[in-house]
Ligand binder design. Structure first.
Ligand code: G3P
Ligand code: CA
Length: 266
């Protein structure tokens, strides 16, 4: 792909290499790092006893052998569950190793990234932060602070960014950590978004691929407004091609290896 090589697009592994391994597990994130992903995406939720864990859904039913809401379970309850066996599309020994498929705390993911041996960025999405009235953001910033990641010198230097569909969550983050980059996620085009402006507290635009496909000119408008553009979830080769042509800064994908190959980086 010649156009894609003209600028550098960051390839972000969505929930890890989640096409090949069970999402949000150490197995998926290790694979993404091995595959060469530039960054890892994860969703975070608070457990009943105040730990941030990497789980997408409100409940654990789809991705584990347990039942119930993450917010009603303690970390020890979650640690007893198997987050790997639900994914049976292919065989992998890693998915049978409980140390790689038990619930993943954000702390453990931060350790993995710190030990990666190369720069691997993290795009952390706060899930349902409004319900917890600031607790998710508070815990997140505490944890990032422990890893020396909460106060980068400038947003462009930061190895971590915080994403959300909630403008309120991002404004809490930017008020408490002004140099930490924030990404406003957009599932649909709304009248307020059309001119390329983002809510206060958001620095980077995070449109879904459908918004990009259905609204030609929107990425250019965001760029003219001074925003970087990170698009999710981009799995199809024609969408990768489109994003490359539009010059987006990051592609968030379940298939980091295939995207890197298509971009000519492997
Ligand atoms: O990277 C943003 C994307 O993950 C948002 O959608 O539902 O996969 O969290 P979802
Ligand atoms: Ca997400």
């Amino acid at each position: 792909m010649t156009q894609a090589r003209q600028h550098s697009i960051q390839v972000v592994a969505h929930r890890g290499a989640s096409e090949d391994a069970p999402e949000h597990t150490l197995a998926a994130y290790r694979k993404a790092i091995e595959d060469g992903a530039d960054a890892l995406e994860c969703d975070v939720r608070l457990t009943a006893d105040g730990h941030l864990v990497c789980v997408h859904d409100r409940r654990v039913n789809r991705t584990s052998n347990g039942r119930g809401a993450v917010s009603a379970l303690e970390l020890a309850d979650l640690a007893a569950l198997d987050f790997g066996s639900w994914k049976d599309a292919a065989e992998s020994p890693d998915w049978k190793d409980p140390s790689l498929t038990s619930v993943l705390t954000l702390e453990r993911l931060l350790e993995l990234v710190a030990d990666a041996g190369r720069r691997v960025e993290l795009a952390i999405e706060t899930k349902h932060p409004t319900r917890w009235a600031g607790q998710v953001e508070e815990r997140l910033l505490q944890l990032l602070g422990r890893f020396g990641l909460a106060a980068p010198e400038s947003p462009t230097d930061s190895a971590v960014r915080v994403m959300s569909f909630s403008a309120r969550s991002l404004s809490r983050i930017s008020a408490a950590a002004p140099t930490l980059p924030t990404v406003y996620l957009m599932q649909f085009m709304t009248p307020r978004m059309r001119d390329g402006r983002l809510p206060a507290g958001a620095r980077i635009a995070g449109p879904g691929i459908r918004v990009v496909r259905n609204h030609p000119g929107y990425v250019a408008r965001l760029h003219r407004a001074g925003h970087r553009v990170h698009v999710w979830t981009v799995n199809e080769p024609e969408d990768v091609e489109l994003c490359a042509r539009l010059g987006v800064e990051a592609i968030i994908t379940n298939r980091p290896k295939q995207v890197l190959e298509q971009l000519g980086r492997l």
